[in-house]
Design a binder for this molecule. Structure first.
Ligand SMILES: Cc1cc2nc3c(=O)[nH]c(=O)nc-3n(C[C@H](O)[C@H](O)[C@H](O)COP(=O)(O)O)c2cc1C
Length: 334
């Protein structure tokens, strides 16, 4: 098992060095987040979903949203929309911007998105999905991927039909989140359905859902034989999950980050976000990351309770350093 899961593989013409991918996470998987995942060994990173309509109407704003840099390459950009022509035009913009992969969102469960006929709504309207994919396929030459759910609800589990349609239209890989639209993010991801789809489809299958621990990643590969594993929430405040998962897949002992490494990572991540968004906006954006990074650490409740009061980067950095110094001390007891 070990050798197999760390081999290189391909999505269309794109060669990937290992099977681990960072999920599109709207409002979270921005450039700093993606860079850190990449640095820890993640083979392919995804932007959060970007509206195709918005991309075309306000290209300047979209370019800002899709800010990238050579170090994070290869990059997959995800778009959503309901109109084939708009999606094809947006796809061209994405290709022009230098993305390595174009990903179409067919899984977003949010009411506003679904009501507009895009995201998971396309699982109920495969003819429209087909029209979108065909036009997008003609519009761009970079690898094309789809991110889907197992179906609309448990009575409509149409993943095989969706997968076959994708294959016929020239999609290069399929990511399956093992939940239905009706499940939202609740319940458990069904890896058995993913395994069945992998068995029946010819294109590479990337599985997703509840890969939140190293054990889960191991179990997932053993159970599904998928080509790739896409990690979402498991990477929040934990970019090391990629390095550790690779270690365990190689049959090595995974090395947990030390407190010093955690502290250094938070400070660097903070600096990157502030550089990109400016002090006020950047700090506000970064708060959630501090919460995620300090999950499970000693005395974190008190430390976290003060986060809303911090207004300057220098202050936040000082507080982080002080906190880590305190919990790293042999004299510290809670
Ligand atoms: C805050 C948040 C934002 C998300 N944004 C997107 C998105 O923009 N596009 C998408 O395809 N999926 C999105 N997802 C779904 C994730 O990519 C992933 O499919 C889901 O979280 C299950 O994987 P996980 O259990 O590893 O988190 C989002 C999930 C969360 C929690």
């Amino acid at each position: 098992m070990t050798a197999d899961y760390t081999r290189s593989w391909k999505i269309g013409s794109l060669k990937l060095s290992n099977p681990l991918l960072l999920a599109p996470l709207s409002g979270i998987s921005d450039l700093p987040f993606r860079l850190l995942a990449k640095e820890q060994g993640c083979a392919l990173v995804f932007t959060g979903m970007v509206s195709a309509e918005g991309l075309i109407r306000n290209r300047k704003k979209s370019e800002k949203l899709l800010q990238t840099c050579p170090e994070e390459s290869p990059l997959a950009v995800q778009i959503f929309g309901a109109r084939p022509e708009t999606m094809a035009e947006a796809a061209r913009v994405v290709e022009d911007m230098g993305a390595d992969v174009l990903d179409i969102n067919m899984g977003c469960p949010v009411r506003k998105v679904v009501q507009g006929g895009s995201g998971a709504a396309l699982l109920k309207d495969l003819e429209r999905a087909r029209a979108i994919i065909q036009l997008v396929r003609k519009a761009v030459s970079i690898p094309l991927t789809l991110k889907v759910r197992t179906g609309w609800d448990e009575k409509n589990l149409n993943i095989l039909e969706t997968g076959r349609m994708a294959e016929e239209c020239g999609v290069d890989a399929l990511t399956i989140h093992g939940r239905t639209r009706a499940q939202g993010y609740g319940g458990k991801a069904d890896w058995n359905i993913i395994a069945r789809a992998k068995e029946h489809l010819k294109i590479p299958v990337i599985g997703n859902g509840d890969l939140t621990s190293l054990q889960a990643v191991m179990d997932f590969f053993a159970q599904t034989n998928c080509d790739g594993a896409m990690i979402g929430r498991g990477a929040l405040g934990n970019p090391w999950i990629f390095r550790q998962a690779l270690e365990i897949l190689r049959g090595e002992l995974p090395r947990a980050p030390t407190l010093k490494e955690k502290e250094a990572m938070i400070l660097r991540h903070l600096g990157m976000v502030v550089d990109m968004r400016g002090e006020t906006h950047g700090l506000k954006e970064f708060r959630k990351n501090i919460i995620w990074y300090t999950r499970g650490l000693r005395d974190n409740a008190h430390f976290r309770s003060r986060i809303p009061f911090w207004k300057m980067v220098s202050e936040v950095s000082e507080q982080i350093k002080e906190y880590f110094q305190k919990i790293d001390s042999p004299l510290f007891f809670t």
